[in-house]
Write a new protein. Structure first.
Length: 288
């Protein structure tokens, strides 16, 4: 019988395995290799930092789900692929053979792409379950001593959807805790325009931009600022010369105290549902 080996058990791997099992049924043997026995619904990690969801709410047993569907599940990690012999070596030393191989291991976070980037340095993240829980703990401390918050992205990310979701969730919860007037929020984005969302843009993005940003008026005690600049370093100060490329990586809020206004380039303000843009050649000021 034909063996189809799938490396990775989250969205890509699980979808591939179930589709193959559904379409081929008894014509092929589907085997999934994953280093995690649980499936985490990654899109819902945006709710964890605000206590709307716990990890238990968005996690279920991938192993039990695969086995119930008649898909073989191997809890291990692939360490080497030998395409000539059509085999995959696992961390345990076991070797699996295949007729067809699907690699769905997901993305790897490259925190060393910028100095000071990542949970072990100066920024928070919601990309992984531990990072989302750590951001929740930090947000609780932030509410005790609120101040400026920077939410945004650095070069390398492709989709800004979750960034927008986190941004507006953050705004909602600081309002809920009645500290919004103490929390100026800065949104740093590499998009060519608000509502573009990356990945070539999405249909309806402009309508969402108008619904979300334009209704803001000067009566809002804490307003949004938008920066169209390139992040080159993260720390207690942020230096951002030049401009953003068309893609960037999202990062969660970081409380920062500025010696000078954070930027002057592409400063967007909202007044009576009108957008005015003040351009300047100045970049981020301050030292990291």
């Amino acid at each position: 019988m034909t063996t189809i080996l799938v490396l990775g058990g989250n969205f890509g791997g699980m979808t591939s395995a179930f589709e193959l099992q559904r379409k081929l049924r008894m014509q092929a043997r589907v085997v999934v290799v994953s280093r995690q026995k649980e499936f985490v619904y990654i899109p819902s990690l945006i709710w964890v930092p605000f206590g709307r969801r716990s990890l238990k709410d968005i996690t279920f047993s991938a192993e039990a789900t695969f086995r119930k569907a008649g898909i073989e599940f191997v809890l291990d990690e692939a360490t080497r692929i030998n395409p000539e012999a059509s085999t995959v070596r696992l961390a345990s030393g076991r070797e699996l053979s295949y007729d067809f191989l699907i690699i769905a291991t997901g993305a790897e976070l490259v925190w060393d792409s910028l100095p000071g980037l990542g949970p072990r340095a100066f920024t928070h993240s919601i990309f992984t379950p531990p990072d989302a829980e750590a951001t929740y703990a930090s947000f609780q401390k932030f509410l005790e001593a609120p101040g400026p918050a920077v939410i945004g992205a650095v070069p390398g990310a492709s989709c800004m959807g979750a960034g927008y979701e986190y941004l507006f969730n953050f705004d909602r919860y600081v309002r809920k805790h009645r500290v919004r007037n103490q929390v100026p929020i800065t949104w740093v984005t590499p998009e060519p325009r608000l509502g573009h969302f990356g990945i070539g843009g999405i249909r309806g993005g402009e309508l969402m931009r108008r619904a979300s940003f334009l209704p803001m008026t000067p009566t809002d005690t804490g307003h949004f600022r938008i920066s169209s600049q390139r992040v080159s370093r993260c720390g207690s100060r942020i230096r951002s010369p030049g401009r953003y490329p068309s893609a960037c990586r999202r990062q969660a809020f970081r409380r920062t105290k500025w010696r000078k206004p954070p930027w002057r380039t592409s400063d967007v303000s909202w007044r009576a549902n009108r957008v005015s843009r003040a351009n300047s050649s100045a970049a981020f000021r301050g030292c990291a």
